[in-house]
Design a protein around this ligand. Structure first.
Ligand SMILES: [Zn+2]
Length: 137
């Protein structure tokens, strides 16, 4: 964690390298988030990368095709993030929906419409999110 006071404007993302160090498969998590239709189009072993264009900045990054599908297609389904999900799961889905580009608590709040930016920031800094590899960037 960087030194300094983190605010609702501080950016966070899921640290995929952390997952790998823990012997966990981030792609599995993304795959589980896919809708049924897309699940049938991809396999976990099929690792491909595609260009991802940030809708706001226009910046292009290379991302996993699975993550691209989850963010560009499946995240549009109304139940991708639903009110019954725990807050941690909703935040996690918000990262997947954004192609895991860094997001602030305010941006996540605008997306999931749950709690408040302050509550989300508290959650992002919680031990639970830390164990999910969510870190500030
Ligand atoms: Zn889908």
């Amino acid at each position: 964690m960087p030194v300094g006071r983190l605010t609702t404007k501080s950016k966070f993302h899921i640290d995929v390298a952390y997952w790998e160090k823990q012997g966990r498969n981030f792609r599995q998590e993304v795959y589980d988030a896919l809708c049924q239709e897309c699940k049938s189009m991809y396999s976990l072993e099929d690792v491909r990368e595609v260009d991802y264009v940030d809708p706001v900045t226009g910046q292009v990054t290379r991302i996993d095709a699975l993550l691209d599908c989850a963010s560009a297609v499946c995240s549009n389904a109304p139940d991708f993030i639903n009110p019954k999900m725990p807050l941690t799961r909703s935040i996690f889905r918000a990262f997947i929906a954004a192609g895991n580009l860094p997001q602030s608590a305010e941006e996540i709040y605008a997306h999931i419409n749950k709690g408040s930016p302050q509550i989300i920031l508290k959650e992002l800094l919680s031990v639970q999110m830390e164990s999910e590899g969510v870190t500030s960037v």
